[in-house]
Design a protein around this ligand. Sequence first.
Ligand code: R5P
Length: 290
Amino acid sequence: MADLDDLREGADFGLGIASSSQTFHVKGAANLPWGMKDRLSRIFNPKTGKSVMLAFDHGFIMGPTSGLERIDLHIVPLIEYADCIMCTRGILQSSVPANVNKPICLRSDAGTSILTELNDNVLIDIEDAIRLNVSAMAVMLSIGDSAYEAKTVANLYKAVDLGSRYNIPVMGVTAVGKQMARDARYFGLASRLCAENGANIVKTYYCEGFEKVAAACPVPVVIAGGKKLPEKEALELCYNAINDGAAGVDMGRNVFQSDAPAAMIQAVHAVVHDGLTPDQGHELFLDLSK
Ligand code: R5P
């Protein structure tokens, strides 16, 4: 075990200084093989370097939660506005038309539900990810969870080993638990661990000091939306995250639980890719909601 005495918190994040290895539009990907770059370019727009991922994988732990009761009625009509979709293989195969022609970030670990202890996850078979022609595999990492930290780290590095064989990028999904802090120190640690273990994308949460989380992570960080907020606040969250170094959003409830989900995802897209302010994004949302 490393000597933990005199463990010093990082302070020199070089905020505002672009990564020196940035010769490709996806952070940290310049040295990757062609297949990886091709898949990452399907997710992150080469013109903006950003992505709006529509997450609707919640059912694998929560069942038919609000907004996800009928994927065919409520989610499929939104897919055209997303840069990438994130879901489980069961929903992909049963409910997403195969001609949507969007990159897929496949939820690639599975385990327990909200009725029991979370995080006791296993990986799905890489061959299923290949058969489904996915552009990335998402695997959760539960840092600070004494029961499942090691198992989820192992899931992530195994996914990276397998993904590397077939040039399928891996997205590390940082978990949040009741006992875990939700601050830049925690998310910075969890995000960096994902990248250190080979993740090509990290999904985490926005927090105060997020610029340090993003700066210290050598691969793109996208933020989850979290619980449903009023639309203007959710757009502020997107705006602040992008300004502080996020490469996009992987958003679910703040889109599909909105009263006008199609308007909301278009407003999010405009904030992320076109730099609309939260006020401008909200005006767009109201216009599109009419
Ligand atoms: C969480 O594990 C799920 O993967 C969701 O995809 C993620 O939390 C993003 O959804 P939301 O924006 O609703 O938080």
